[in-house]
Design a protein around this ligand. Sequence first.
Ligand SMILES: [Zn+2]
Length: 205
Amino acid sequence: MIYAKRKWNKLIEGYNWKGDGKVGGKEDEEVGKTETIMARPGILRGKENNLVKELKETTLSLEKLAERYGVSRQAIHAFWKRQGIKRPVRLKGHQTGECRLCQKLIQISKKSHSEFISIYTIAKETDRARATCSYHLRTLRDRGLVSQMFGRLFSKRFEKAYSMYFTKRLPINTIGQRVGIKDFQSLVQRHRELGFDVPPPFLCL
Ligand SMILES: [Zn+2]
């Protein structure tokens, strides 16, 4: 029990714990139990890929993830171990809750289609240098406090094109021509592949 607790403490600190065999049968038993939880319909079904992504890309605690996915902390832990995922180390020393820039960035990220706000506009709205914004954005993304794609658009022109895409009922190529992008259609495709959530045309009006 004490051992399990110590192990858990290491996990929430973002410590990359490697099994050393001390847990033995207890661990197996835990995993077995989890398989049942995971197999129950409607709980994690279909969300495994999302969970893998969040385990890989964020430092959200297992507790927070458990809450988010509606399963036990142990279930998340077993899933993580079974998948052999290496988690990023939690950045220390920056209190996003007390940082005015981080709070402002979170606020901007809550706007609709905020993934398509360019870093230039973000810098302008926060009245800070782009590099400064990027640093704080990285921390926020690592902690899962903003979308993984927020602050990753590095072109004012793309921002303009997407703004038209979301507000005007225009064919995609017309938008491209108006803002001077040769093949906006393929650009949209490329952004989708990168992970930007581009809705189908017109559905977002
Ligand atoms: Zn900050």
